[in-house]
Design a protein around this ligand. Structure first.
Ligand code: GRF
Length: 192
């Protein structure tokens, strides 16, 4: 059984998608051992509590590393996590940290590209196609190796809100698919 720690900072709809996919059997062989938020009082922690998953807040790297180790974390999933992880975390979990980004990396990503800003930039760029990306997290911002991408059409008359909502639906699907793909490659699973 692969132990997943999910890191959050907000509403947690991506966390919810992973919870639901584990409960439905869509994502088997994994369990969420904890949800760690970068700040208090976010709805993602309520989602964890409802699912019977322990929720914690870690505001510094030492506490984060201690909590990750305490639950024997095999994979870290960043699901709407708004902090940049310190190199110590990247080094401790090389190629075991996944992030979901709401654009087709390498476009519209990196410092300052998060939330609605991503979708507004896509519209301002006159794009007819956007999408979502699951990628490994390395020392850069949204620069790690791409695991999975899926395109999402930009519709005429789209606003940042309508595009965000359409992309979010795809995020919810490909995050679990990305986790499955990485799990299959883990040495513990006889992977590469
Ligand atoms: C999502 O658009 C995700 O791509 C980004 O944060 C947003 C909020 O996600 N990283 P969630 O609803 O908190 O999962």
């Amino acid at each position: 059984m692969i132990n997943i720690s999910v890191l959050v900072s907000g509403g947690g709809t991506n966390l919810q998608a992973v919870i639901d996919n584990i409960e439905s059997g869509e994502l088997s062989g994994a369990r969420i051992v904890q949800v760690i938020s970068s700040k208090e009082g976010v709805f993602a922690l309520e989602r964890a509590a409802k699912a019977g998953i322990q929720g914690k807040v870690a505001k510094d790297t030492k506490r984060l590393l201690d909590q990750l180790a305490a639950e024997k974390t095999d994979l870290i999933v960043l699901a709407g996590y708004m902090k940049v992880l310190e190199p110590a975390v990247i080094q401790a979990y090389r190629r075991r940290i996944l992030n979901i980004h709401p654009s087709l990396i390498p476009k519209y990503c990196g410092k300052g590209f998060y939330g609605k800003r991503v979708h507004q930039a896509v519209l301002d760029g006159g794009e007819t196609v956007s999408g979502a990306t699951v990628h490994f997290v390395d020392e850069g911002v949204d620069t790690g190796e791409i695991i999975l991408q899926r395109q999402v059409p930009v519709e005429p008359g789209d606003t940042a809100d309508t595009l965000a909502a359409r992309v979010l639906e795809t995020e919810h699907v490909i995050l679990s698919e990305g986790i499955k793909k990485v799990m299959a490659q883990l040495p513990e699973k006889g992977g590469l």
